[in-house]
Design a protein around this ligand. Structure first.
Ligand code: SIN
Ligand code: FE2
Length: 200
């Protein structure tokens, strides 16, 4: 097996509401910002973080930083409910629980997307990436080292885990789709990825 898991309906509408509330609280303390490629091209999504480390990208590169890029404040802590969901996610996939020191929160407005990339900014490049989604349906593309692409439709409440070999594979969000009903009243999608950034 390649260590990739897609678990539809992993968490239910009340927990989806709870995650939406968490996103609101985090965004109030650490507002969504639009990262750029190193050449200055803006990404087609906005993001924020919670946890000791937050992922950020601009002309200085792709990296984890301890402070919000514009406010200069430390990122808010990761709420316990999110950490418990990460544990539950890993256990349900038969994986060991891990220390989580980042939750990246991506927001995709209608029409936004995320290009194919490999998550390799973490010191620990083997720890699984746990991904929880709410809001609009999205087409997620996973590409294996032979170049074969698989498309998954990720819906509100779905879990995706990249572990094992798939941890180092290319992936991206090709598009988000108009979805009714949508817990995100702006028609968008919010994705939470829980990561272990620092090596032990
Ligand atoms: C990511 O790969 O960083 C996010 C994936 C997603 O939005 O589902
Ligand atoms: Fe990623």
């Amino acid at each position: 097996m390649n260590g990739f898991f897609h678990v539809p309906a992993f968490f239910q509408p009340p927990e989806q509401e709870a995650l939406l509330e968490i996103a609101r609280t985090v965004c109030a303390a650490a507002p969504l910002r639009r990262p750029t490629l190193t050449n200055g091209t803006p990404l087609k999504l906005t993001l924020t973080n919670c946890g000791p480390w937050g992922w950020w990208a601009d002309k200085d590169g792709y990296r984890y930083v301890e402070r919000h890029p514009t406010s200069g404040k430390a990122w808010p802590g990761i709420p316990g409910a999110l950490l418990r969901l990460a544990d539950r996610a890993l256990e349900s996939c038969g994986l060991e629980v891990m220390r989580v020191d980042n939750c990246l929160i991506n927001h995709y407005a209608e029409g936004e997307s995320l290009g194919m990339h490999i998550d390799r900014t973490e010191q620990d490049k083997r720890a699984p990436i746990v991904s929880l989604s709410i809001g609009a349906d999205a087409e997620f593309i996973l590409q294996d080292p032979d170049g074969a692409k698989t498309s998954y439709i990720i819906r509100s409440g779905d879990l995706v885990v990249q572990s094992g070999r798939s941890r180092g594979w290319l992936h991206g969000i090709k598009r988000i789709m108009p979805t009714m009903p949508n817990i995100c009243k702006d028609g968008g999608r919010i994705n939470f990825t829980l990561r272990k950034v620092l090596a032990d």
